[in-house]
Write a protein that binds this ligand. Sequence first.
Ligand code: DLL
Length: 434
Amino acid sequence: MSYVFNKEIECMPIEEKKVLQGKRLRDVVERVYNTVAPYRAKMDEIGLKPEDINSIDDIVKLPFTTKTDLRANYPFGMFSAPMDDIVRIHASSGTTGKLTVVGLTQRDLDDWSEACARGFAACGVTKQSIIHIAYGYGLFTGGLGAHYGGEFMGATVVPASSGNTNRQIMLMKDFKADTLCCTPSYAVYLADELRKMGLTPQDLSLKQGFFGAEPWTEEMRKKIEEGLGLKAYDIYGLSEITGPGVATECEYQCGPHVQDDLFYPEIIDPVTLQPVKEGEEGELVFTTLNKQGIPLIRYRTRDLCSLIYEPCKCGRTSLRLARITGRSDDMLIIRGVNVFPSQIESVLIKDKRISPYYHITIDRINNLDIMQIDVELDRGVAFDEVQEIEILKKKLTADIASAIGVTAKVNLVSAGSIKRSEGKAVYVTDNRKI
Ligand code: DLL
């Protein structure tokens, strides 16, 4: 069997796991009640005490946590551990300019690394493997998460980060990487570039790849597997809970196994907030069962999916995620980066020469996400020279790139030309076929 196989945990009989989850839930609730003021306030408001939580089934008594809570307590107000014990900070986009910030203790990093490594190992990665990581490094959890997961299992990690595709291919070829980690859309792009360079999958040594950070499909899986000559596995995660590795597929490719001794999943109806029936689709909610830095109780991910309860052929007893089918908010994922239209809006409203009307169009061209933003000039704003328009365009492009971390093509259009909506405003046309 593989190198990092925590059989005792991963194959634990369900009833036994429920006892472990219940115990951990009680501990984490007690911890946040005593150390995180916003949690204490929320629980006091509904008259709930940590003693009321005695089993994992009591989880439904607990209030939800949202991105808004994290933003309201920006940057460190939801941390449970003292700053002295925080060894790493990560962050992802919030709905406005503010980032969603998380802090991890050493134990949190160890748990995250093990979670990621368990997923890698379940798909054949070993201590002898060479893992090429083309997720971005930085505040985004993709690069460093996969990196520490690989190192945890003693594999050789190549921290290539994102960009410079020809160099990525050269490195994979020369170092004989057998494992690739990147977004699924970048994997399709890499396959295309490989072909354009006159190379075939046989020129590489890839055996498996872990693709996530954005939604993808079975058709993309096929394309990636054929184009790169590997087995493509789905890896899911979010920075609030921990990064990649919250759930990862096993060799049977039948939905990511949730590391549910660490992260407890629920599916709720996003409108009524009630749990749905077993196997039904709804919004995915996670509770961190062992985290110290920023434990989150019933965190609403906004991802829409269902849980798979059928036992897996691999023998692991954890619940699995079905494909993420969408979101219950308006977050877009462009080249793996989370983008909220409201972030763009907050840049645009700062410039008096622009009206409040804009439209975002997203396409996938040559397997790369391209975002165009049509921005309406304010009525009465006249430009004497083309040059002035170009300067404004450049300024908006730079301001938007700095706000969202993605460069968009900004197009200035005349006043009144963007279609007014009669109902709910439609700001986005997403032409990607995902
Ligand atoms: O995307 C962490 C990650 C990195 C996961 C690398 C997998 C691989 P965030 O930037 O916080 O963290 O974005 C989290 O990305 O709520 C989903 O909407 C989406 N997402 C992540 N993985 C998948 C996946 C990372 N496998 C948000 N399928 C999540 C579909 C995914 N969507």
